[in-house]
Design a protein around this ligand. Sequence first.
Ligand SMILES: Nc1ncnc2c1ncn2[C@@H]1O[C@H](COP(=O)(O)OP(=O)(O)OP(=O)(O)O)[C@@H](O)[C@H]1O
Length: 277
Amino acid sequence: MGHMGQGAPQGPQALPGIGAVVAVGSGKGGVGKTTVSVNLAIALAKLGKRVGLIDADIYGPNVPTMMGQTRQPSVTEDSMMEPLESFGVKFISVGLISPGDKPLVMRGPMLHQIIRQFLQQVKWGELDYLIVDLPPGTGDVVISLVQTVPLTGAVVVSTGSGVALQDARKALEMFHQVNVEVLGLVENMSQMRLPNGEVIDVFGAGGTASTARQYNLPFLGSVDLDPAIRAGGDRGLPVSLGGEDDAKAKAYFDIAREVMERVEEVQEDAENVLEIN
Ligand SMILES: Nc1ncnc2c1ncn2[C@@H]1O[C@H](COP(=O)(O)OP(=O)(O)OP(=O)(O)O)[C@@H](O)[C@H]1O
């Protein structure tokens, strides 16, 4: 395992007080990775977990808008950042530290520095889950992450379309390369249910589940294509706030429970490995 070298001076160091670090990635942009991250984080919090969310999506840092707060985080005297908090979820975003609407041009070393800061210099306190919303594609941010902390695992979001899945497979391969366990796949914008009950298959529903099967990975659930989900994100009031009994929120709670189960599995496996050694 690549991240067992905890005694090594440069190796990834577990964050004290943080139970699990879960990255959410996608391959293709615009498939709804951020919407899944935000609603998953809120669902976990509503299920009683202590949750943090890092928005590391340098190309589209939309977490603050979806969480309804876009002010700059305050910095304490000891140079620690206070995360913002909405709906019981603590969060921080690259969007909050980049000035205005300027396109964010960042060189690798600066990006690496920011990722490290978000992990190590934010007052997260005790968390059960720290979710990291990755930029689409395969790349630098993931490398910075795995060099800084041991990741518990990754969730890969895709639509069922052939091209999105093509890119999702690249993301799966990348996580494999950097020794990050994929907890499972989520299909977003799977189907659209019209008010008259008719169901429209927009992006090829089921494609993500079959990709999961191909790779022998768990399928964590699917989310409908639903204007209420888009509106919730835009208004800073994500649909998960409706709670588990709300039909529009339920999918995210199902996914949250799957993620909790998978995280437990991965952590138990890691403990067994340590006992054998
Ligand atoms: N299930 C859904 N139903 C309806 N709209 C959705 C759904 N999921 C996401 N959207 C909308 O699609 C758009 C893209 O979603 P989002 O920003 O979450 O994608 P992303 O994959 O994080 O994008 P990127 O990483 O490229 O910035 C947003 O306007 C969002 O509100």
